[in-house]
Design a protein around this ligand. Sequence first.
Ligand code: NDP
Length: 474
Amino acid sequence: MQMMIADQFTESISGERTRIINPADGKPAGEVPKGGKEDVDRAVMAAGDAFRRWSVLPTSRRGMIFWQSAALIRREADRLALILTTEQGKPLREAKDEVLGAAAVFEYYAGSASLVSAGYTDRLPRYGYGIIQRRPLGVCGAIIPWNMPVLIAAWKIGAALITGNTLVLKPSINAPMAVLAVGEVMIRSGLPPGVLNIITGNGRDAGDPLIAHPDVRKISFTGGIETGEHVARVTARTIKRLTLELGGNDPMIICSDMDPAMMADAALRLRLYNAGQICTSPKRIIVEEGIYDTFTTHLERLLRDVTVGDGTDPGSMMGPLNNAEVRRSVEDAVQTLRDEGATIIRGGKNEEFPKNGFFYNPVLCTGVPEDSRIHAEEIFGPVLPIIRADDLDDAIGIANDTQYGLGASIWTRDISAAERASEALEAGIIWVNQHMKLPPEVPFGGIKKSGFGRENGLAFIDAYTEEKTILINR
Ligand code: NDP
């Protein structure tokens, strides 16, 4: 694996490399160049040079590169999925979903090329003419986490590049290889040198110099709240534009008019997807009193059949967690629930798993107290806390009792209940009878401490361009 800066630099300046670990067995999955400040400087310079040529290309030409990249990603989806599974841990089936999702995102941006307006003119009787140009920002920076690296990279690459910007992208050191492979596919699809620059390094060595760089005009960051606060402080010093996609603590409200068996199946599949390591995973399952007991009984039964194992084994429904730190944080959260008096029905660490993998059995937890810490802090792993609600108002109150506001779902056949909840729930995206669906056609982003700014939809145009006014006095 190589770091790609333009398409000519494939090594870090120091020549050092970082080994990437396979979370299923602790063995090396590959290695990448160890990027640092000098590499960031070199990448920003390459992106600045490329900007002069890329920004003046017709958007349709930029769109063609995205069509071609999407076609190649689809053709090579199995190869890319395998790279993703071996560094991230998720089952191959989910890795392929993610890779194909990235292709769909590129197709969306290719198709949106014609929407990136170049501006407009206006006749102003007392002033002459106004020419309002819409221009790209320049060199942008993106920082992404390890949980859905290919999809999140595609959101940021698509939006930044189609609007005429160039990009320096830093994936997490816990999952950089599949993102590099996507970059390489883009170069084969005709992406010119310097337009996309991928720096493989950790947050301190490569992330900090990127967010502090004076020539970077915007940072789009996806990650945890604490890092997001740091990014906001540092980028303020150079007055950069900023998009923050931070964590989520999504509620999934299940009303008592729903079939409990069907809902147990839906909750299980959604929460165990990517081993629960998704910002919009339903992290608090709030069930109305009427079906709480039957729902829990069904869920407990379903959990017995969940197979946890190496993501490359087709029999594995769920893979390992990505790294030791995330497993430790999930273990701590489960211990806190236990200390608070909640009942842990099943799950946790299992001695039978390979010693060096980061496996963790899904946990079902009932009797969660009203003031539990799970409302304050997201659990980034396969834990299903089931919370009892007296009625819909009670459920909405519990759902909103958190600093997060990324997504929320309501499951009911009653259209007025769905409408009331959709209005009252505090989140950037509300799902009715579904959860975790993020088609690129709709804007995505959070409120409250889940961040600000939107990706996808049409929001990308404002997010990655600025207007310049020229007033002509005739
Ligand atoms: P982190 O915030 O730890 O890391 C995110 C990215 O920031 C990584 O690339 C990391 O680099 C980098 N980083 C770390 N420190 C710095 C720094 N000082 N300066 C610049 N960059 C830095 O989050 P996790 O990787 O642990 O991801 C999990 C979190 O992300 C969860 O809270 C989750 O909810 C959230 N998330 C939000 C999403 C959303 O769209 N809202 C989507 C997915 C996840 P490195 O890892 O290489 O050190």
